[in-house]
Every structure is written in C-alpha cells, then in structure tokens.
Design a protein around this ligand. Sequence first.
Ligand code: ADP
Length: 293
Amino acid sequence: MAAVQRLLRAAASSSSSSAAAAAGRRRMATSLAPEQTPAGAPAFPFAGAERRRRPAHERNVQWVFLGCPGVGKGTYASRLSRLLGVPHIATGDLVRDELASTGPDAVQLKEIVNQGKLVSDEIIINLLSKRLKKGEEKGESGFILDGFPRTVNQAEILDGVTDIDMVVNLKLREDIIVQKCLGRRICGQCGKNFNLACIDVKAENGLPPIYMSPLLPPNNCMSKLLTRDDDTEEVVRNRLRIYNQMSQPVEDFYQKQGKVLEFDLPGGIPESWPKLLDVLNLEDQQEMKLAAA
Ligand code: ADP
C-alpha cells in the first residue's frame, strides 16, 4: 500500500506548482545516475523514510514498455506478463474504463482522448494508483507498464516511488503504424483486440521489407467489431505528433539511465515474438511454460 500512497503524494506535489516540476528536474540532476542512487537510499523529499525499494532479486520484474501509439506495446506487454506472471498495466485501458464509467472525470476525459491529447498527469496517476492499490490488495508483485510514463514529469514521479529494471522501446516505421492503427478493431462483446490491416511493405531506401499479417477475429466476433473513436487518421496522426513531442524525451530520460532495450519490430507476432524472447533471454521460460501446459 505504501507504494500507492507515495505515488499519490508524488502526483499531488507534481500538480500543485511548477516549482514542483523544477524540483523534479533538480532531483533528476542530482539523483538519477545509478551509482548515486543505491537501492534503498531515500533520494526524494516526499518519499522520506518510508521509501524502501526491494532489490530486483527479491521481487518480480518492474518493466516499462515505450513506443508510438499503435506499435504493439499492448500485444507484447500482455504476452510477457502472462509468461512472467506479473500484471500488465496499460494506462490507456484504465482511461477507457474510466470513460465507460459514470465517474466525475468521464465527460472531460472523453473530449481529451478523442482529440488524441494526453490527459493530465494528475488524473493518470490517480487512475494508476487505484489500479496498483487493487493489485496490492490481491497480492500482486511486479508489473509491466504500457503507456506510462508518457511525459518526463510522469517518469520522474515513477522514479521517485519505485525502481524500474528495464525499459523496452518498440520501434516501427511511422507509415506502418498509421496503417496498423486504422486497422485496429475491438469486439464489442468479448473485448478482444483484432487488426484487419495487412501490412506488406517492400524494401526501399535501405529499409527492409516488412510483412504483418492481419489478426482476424473469429466468425462470432466479426459482426460485433468496433473501431475506437480515437483511431481516425486525423487523431492517429495527432497522437503520433504528441508522442514525438512529449514521449521522445521519456526515451532520452531512460537512455541516460542505461535502461533502454531498443527493439525494432521485424514483422508481425510470428516473427517478432521469438526475437523478443531471444533478446530478453526468455526462451527457456517460454519452453518451460509450454512444457508445463
Ligand atoms: P495507444 O493505443 O494509441 O497507445 P493508449 O491506449 O495507450 O493509446 O491511450 C489512449 C489515450 O489515453 C491516450 O491517447 C491518452 O489520451 C490517454 N493516456 C493513456 N496513457 C496516458 C498517460 N500516461 N498520460 C496521459 N494520457 C494517457
């Protein structure tokens, strides 16, 4: 529960004034170099004595997935979460759950999300804290975060309350990402995600060819497919523009900490999943899981 309280306190202090943001930047300048922040050392004023970081070998993985909207963070993060037995927490899903509710923020959120803009750090951290609290109550440990942090401020807040072990940065050409976003569908009944786009890009200008087969729904989902309101071409391009502006610096933030694993997607799931397991040294884990199934 302590991690949740720290996150909420951090959110409150970050949204209260620009001085807090400046303080965050100062903290970053003085405390983010790994050799200066040994596990367990209280580095941030708001965390105080209660900030206790468990060393990585005593807990489950704490990973972050970065990458443009539509690159496939959700697909690979959820597969890895099943493989490693840690929760996959996608802030986009938390936002959509809130939109579907009658909560006080729903109307304001809908307007922001449908324009492809980011919701405020305060709202997103409140949603994330609620989700973490529920998980802690159920005894969850570790996480794979998808869609968070999306701003340097969010990354600083996260750094203030817990240790991130690794950041996987998924990369794919922007023209392909747009096609993939426009092909995304969700079944209105079972909630599963599909993709109708068939990507077949020839090699050009020194770039390799890329083939990604569509992820088609079974017959019983076909007539219930929905398109997200924020998956129109205009909104997708706006989300990409905002990603480049707001989230690229998050990549730089983690690069400076030496935590980023860059992964260029070589194609669809059949080509990318084994390669990802290979670079993460997780093939054995996958084999053990398959053997036990
Ligand atoms: P995508 O599938 O395009 O990556 P997501 O499903 O992650 O998008 O998020 C959908 C929307 O939810 C975003 O466009 C944004 O409005 C909001 N959102 C999700 N995560 C965050 C975040 N960390 N900070 C601010 N807004 C967020």
